[in-house]
Design a protein around this ligand. Structure first.
Ligand SMILES: [Zn+2]
Length: 360
């Protein structure tokens, strides 16, 4: 069986037992089955992982995939040629890029010339001797604890985690898809990390948690678009971050007449992601109906900024897909609206929890 898969599943089961995909896991998998990870081992996995987790607070929030990869690396669960050879899954333990070296974890992530191409520009000359000579696990831990005092504009543990993840991704691409011509460069990694860092900062700037002081009462209601325009109101909803999520949207004309609406069950994601789905479907609908002047109202400030400000980071493909839609040959004005003025689509989004997956 795929040990890595079970380890991943175990981590997910312990940390997020309420997650939909985990609710469907049969009981025996947790206890008596031969496929099971014993409860004591699961606890150990979590305990072992915590020191790494605490030094990666930014990374933990923004990338589940990268932290899972780090965990698998730290627990030697990646199928390097060395490990595959030990399990009699291959005839040679050597690296495909340097035939005189065994492809161990230390080789893939640090000692191979391909890895050194990434590390050398990042590690100051005087620190390279230590960097390239320590024991692999100590190397991993000290880097996650920022022991090398990296002076760049982003967090070293974050950059370190992303480099490791990319090195493994590229290694697999060379093994399993040798015809791929996708460029691999440190520059790609740095811009990706910069995006993550910006997104993290951005999230905390735009979503302050300070209590309201000196609050004033504002009367809020839906306001119609100008004559000749249509209003597209969208809303997303999630039972948690992330949990089951839905989206809703509605097109109305200047007199407030309902033109068309939709509800969507978007599966499992966080609230801001559900909002993005609502905007994405809503814009597609407005385009399909042939409208060219759209007043788009959204009750989530973060989403308004993400899709309408050129300086905002492109967090994921959905943001870039929405920006592409916005750049079509039409006029779309994006504005923030208070939730109280967005009641209709709020209802549509809540109603959509009862719908099957997809748009209705
Ligand atoms: Zn190599």
């Amino acid at each position: 069986m795929n040990i890595a898969h079970h380890m991943k599943l175990g981590w997910s089961l312990v940390k997020e037992p309420g997650k939909l995909c985990n609710q469907g896991v049969p009981g025996p998998l947790l206890s008596h089955s031969t496929l099971a990870i014993p409860a004591a081992q699961l606890e150990k996995i979590v305990r072992d992982y915590n020191p790494v987790a605490t030094s990666l607070s930014g990374l933990l929030i923004v990338s589940y995939r990268i932290r899972t990869h780090l965990w698998l690396t730290a627990h030697a669960q990646l199928m390097t040629n060395d490990r595959r050879f030990q399990l009699s899954l291959t005839e040679s333990p050597v690296c495909t890029d340097c035939p005189t070296h065994v492809e161990s974890l230390a080789h893939v992530f640090r000692d191979c010339w391909r890895a050194r191409q990434m590390w050398d520009p990042l590690i100051a000359g005087r620190q390279r001797l230590t960097f390239y000579s320590s024991n692999f696990l100590s190397w991993l831990e000290s880097n996650l604890a920022n022991a090398y005092g990296f002076q760049g504009s982003c967090s070293w543990p974050l950059l370190f985690g992303v480099v490791l993840s990319k090195l493994w991704e590229w290694r697999n691409e060379r093994c399993f898809n040798p015809s791929s011509t996708k460029p691999h460069s440190l520059q790609d990694i740095l811009s990706y990390v910069q995006d993550i860092g910006l997104a993290y900062q951005f999230y905390h700037t735009v979503a302050p948690s300070s209590p309201h002081q000196g609050s004033q009462v504002i009367e809020v209601s839906w306001s119609p678009p100008r004559e000749g325009w249509v209003n597209l109101a969208t809303d997303g909803s999630s039972c948690g971050n992330p949990r089951a999520a839905t989206a809703g949207g509605l097109l109305r004309d200047a007199s407030g007449r309902w033109i068309v609406g939709f509800g969507a069950n978007v599966g499992f994601c966080s609230a801001w992601h559900a909002e993005l789905w609502a905007v994405f479907y809503g814009l597609h609908l407005a385009w399909a109906f042939g409208y060219s002047s759209i007043d788009l109202s959204i009750d989530y400030v973060l989403v308004v900024s993400l899709i309408s400000s050129a300086s905002s980071p492109v967090l994921n493909t959905l943001v870039s897909a929405i920006r592409k839609l916005l750049s079509r040959n039409w006029e779309v004005r994006v504005r923030h609206i208070y939730r109280e003025g967005n009641r209709c689509v709020d209802w549509l989004a809540n109603y959509s929890y009862g719908l099957p997956l997809g748009v209705r």
